[in-house]
Design a binder for this molecule. Structure first.
Ligand code: UDP
Length: 340
């Protein structure tokens, strides 16, 4: 099986590539390295089944060429992370809408099945006890850049459904809820690596707002196998599935767990949203997935606790080498890298 992973040099993409290579796939990665890094592929770099193409999903020639060489596609390439999206809404909109349509068109034309990675962000401010896949979306003004990611991903899903309904595209959508793990970077705003990094450096942990907002964090080690199972389940085609953690935790409590697990003496600093992001920023108070649909179809039952997730992120940060040095010294030698 030859599999294309767009965004394969990203945090989740790198873990997915590792998993696919282990199960015997040959993997082609298409990534523009905008937020991804070849260091995310460091564990796979010597695998003969891995090939990396440095190119953008906004380039239809690169997309058509890559899709034409494989049996299936996992589309993870996107502009992600609240910080990046708030600071660069135009780039985020273009990549997430036009880039995804390029993938949808190429897969339709070449009759290649597609797994589309979407996000819990699409539910917006809906604070329901458990968000099922058909829950309403409650989004803020389209003029507030925070909502551009949710808006773009919502359009991606609608596009995917339309290509499925009107042109027979075999597409399955997964909505990922706060996936966390080793090699995730804090620099794009993700809270767990950001706070764990602060704890390890002895800096105060920056908790935004009052810290009572909640999330359900899941381990990338639980999410990646579920994504692959769904892609390999014919009954999933044409549908969307939530994949998230089972336990809700307030960000302030998360910060205390991080201090305890890392043994750090850093304090916690509450930062008003207006200082953390641009004035007028709106956060989600709560985001809890209903995983019943994935549980019933593929037995999805994520078991990694938040404490184990934090410990894994901390261990990853402590073991990380200087990435730029690694890329310069190793990437050319070990990876089959091409630029388009
Ligand atoms: N957050 C925080 N400190 C940080 C980064 C994020 O308190 O250094 C908060 C953020 O405001 C949100 C939660 O943590 O309430 C999760 O943020 P993240 O960006 O990881 O994911 P998302 O907002 O997409 O759920």
């Amino acid at each position: 099986m030859r599999t294309l992973v767009t965004g394969g040099a990203g945090f989740i993409g790198g873990h997915l590539v590792e998993h696919l290579l282990e199960q015997g796939d040959e993997v082609l990665v298409l990534d523009d390295l905008s937020t991804g890094s070849l260091s995310n592929l460091r564990t796979s770099r010597r695998h003969p089944g891995l090939e990396v193409e440095i190119g953008s999903i906004l380039d239809p020639v690169a997309v058509n060429d890559a899709v034409g060489r494989v049996d299936r596609v996992f589309h993870l390439a996107a502009a992600v992370g609240v910080k990046l999206i708030v600071e660069h809404p135009l780039q985020s909109l273009r990549t997430n809408i036009h880039g995804t349509e390029n993938i949808l068109m190429a897969c339709t034309e070449k009759d290649v099945p597609l797994l589309l990675a979407s996000t819990s962000e699409i539910y917006g401010k809906n604070t329901a006890d458990k968000l099922s896949e058909d829950a309403d979306r409650i989004l803020g003004s389209p003029l507030k850049s925070r909502w551009t990611y949710a808006a773009a991903k919502g359009i991606d899903e609608s596009f995917a459904k339309a290509y499925h309904d009107e042109h027979g595209l075999q597409v399955t959508i997964v909505r990922l809820f706060n996936t966390v793990g080793p090699r995730q970077k804090g620099r794009y705003g993700m809270v767990v690596p950001n706070l764990v990094g602060q704890a390890l450096r002895g800096e105060p942990l920056t908790v935004f707002g009052d810290g009572r907002q909640t999330r359900c964090f899941s381990s990338v080690n639980d999410i990646v196998p579920a994504v692959v199972r769904l892609a390999e389940t014919p009954a999933a085609v044409g549908q969307a599935f939530n994949l998230g953690g089972q336990h809700e935790i307030a960000i302030l409590h998360l910060a205390s767990r991080i201090l305890e697990i890392t043994g750090s003496h850093s304090g916690i600093r509450l930062v008003p949203y207006d200082q953390a992001y641009a004035p007028g920023y709106e956060d989600m108070r709560r985001r809890v997935p209903d995983n019943a649909k994935a549980r019933e179809l593929i037995g999805f039952d994520p078991q990694t606790s938040i404490d184990d997730i934090i410990a894994g992120v901390a261990a990853g940060l402590l073991n990380s080498v200087d990435e730029d040095d690694w890329v310069m010294s190793q990437a050319g030698a070990d990876l089959q890298v091409a630029t388009s």
